[in-house]
Ligand binder design. Structure first.
Ligand code: GLY
Length: 389
């Protein structure tokens, strides 16, 4: 970090992280492991935002959308880190994370869907994704309750899943064991002085820090005290979701399945997560009939057996979305001492291990590793001339 004094074991680097979601907590875990004195600050409960709302798909393959090719190396790197990240977190916390490696299927229910999936296969294979075409028989051999009308689809063996809510619990546990303070349900503002970030304010109290990380997800642009030019251009992208209850001893699904307009994520405890709408409605947290109808209809088309399942839960989450759908990682010329870690949009859970490693290195060494440089928050900075005009 520029102008950050060298620190020692008796005088450790002080790191304050705004946002106790999966990003903030994972970064805190990594820098705490390296001996930094880190504290987290959140205006709500730790792990209660997008971390709680997500489906936990680790889908560097099938979730790669057209136009997001530049994001693939980071997604791929993070996907490769997940198994070790999960093992390490499970071992240190003593908690299960619900990591499942059956892989992901994407199914076509019409010739139109099939043509689209064949284009996806060509596009994603060219990026290096490990995907294969499967006929209807093979898909129904793997998942017998799929709609018999399925005409074919893709198998993505490396797209796994994790239970994001269990990951949050495990992170809270390891931070507690390491004595990392997590200030929750408090008003949080960035503190600045002399043109740099100097800590975090919670009401009247100033928590001084050498480095402040802004990892408040979709709320990152709203945090008090951040000077306008240092505000990340991140907006909320609403997603409505629901969970149905399968019999855990006889689940309708074992793989994650994508169908037209839907993904279905089966948990080991029998919960079947259905997601998600993609809506530009700011922080509107309303569950709508149309949102629920679209999820249920699309899920029922792919997996008709859901008809008799109980509805367990429905909720709204907010993806932190930047203009180019890619994350903002690292320092900004707009404010010394501030490091961004937000804007992960659809890929927050997937990108957690890579984000934690990259941002921790940036905090500890003062330089962003090569893999993360493309995601500098300053890629959105306007030239001074344009700013003035
Ligand atoms: N990654 C799933 C979603 O954004 O809905």
């Amino acid at each position: 970090m520029p102008n950050t004094p060298a620190r020692t074991a008796v005088n450790p680097l002080r790191v304050a992280i705004i946002g106790a979601g999966i990003m903030g907590m994972s970064i805190a875990w990594r820098v705490a492991q390296a001996g930094a004195a880190v504290a987290l600050f959140d205006r709500h409960r730790a792990g209660s935002g997008a971390t709680h709302a997500a489906a936990g798909m680790l889908a560097a393959g099938l979730e790669g959308e057209p136009g997001e090719e530049d994001l693939h190396p980071l997604c791929d790197a993070s996907q490769r880190l997940w198994p070790d990240f999960a093992r390490e977190l499970a071992a240190e916390s003593g908690l299960e994370l619900g990591y499942r490696d059956e892989g992901t299927l994407s199914v076509a229910l019409s010739r139109d869907d099939a043509t689209r999936l064949r284009h996806d296969l060509a596009r994603l294979t060219a990026l290096g994704c490990d995907l294969a075409w499967a006929d209807s028989r093979e898909l129904r051999r793997r998942e017998p309750y799929l709609n018999p009308a399925v005409v074919g689809g893709l198998i993505s063996p490396r797209d796994h899943q994790v239970d994001n809510r269990m990951v949050a619990r495990a992170l809270i546990e390891v931070l507690g064991r390491r004595g990392v303070p997590v200030h929750q349900d408090v008003p949080v503002a960035l503190a600045t002085a002399g043109g740099r970030a100097v800590g975090v304010r919670t009401g009247d109290r100033l928590h001084e820090a050498d480095v402040v990380v802004l990892a408040a997800g979709a709320w990152s642009a709203e945090v008090d005290g951040v000077p306008p030019l240092a505000r990340p251009p991140v907006r909320p992208c609403k997603g409505q979701m629901m969970a149905l209850g399968m019999d855990p001893a006889a689940p309708l699904l074992n793989h994650v399945v994508w169908g037209p307009g839907i993904y279905l994520v089966p948990r080991r405890d029998g919960r079947l997560i259905l997601g998600a709408t993609v809506e530009e409605k700011g922080f509107d947290a309303t569950l709508t009939a149309g949102g629920m109808l679209s999820l249920l209809h699309a899920a029922w088309r792919a997996l008709p057996g859901i008809e008799e399942l109980p509805v367990l839960e429905s909720w709204v989450g907010f993806r932190p979305r930047a203009r180019d759908d890619a994350p903002l990682l690292g320092p900004t010329a707009a404010l010394d001492g501030l490091i961004h870690a937000s804007g992960h949009h659809r890929n927050g859970i997937l990108l957690t291990p890579a984000t934690a490693d990259l941002v921790a290195r940036c905090i500890l060494d003062g330089t962003m590793p090569e893999l993360g440089r493309r995601y500098s928050p300053d890629r959105f900075a306007r030239p001074a001339a344009k700013e003035a005009s």
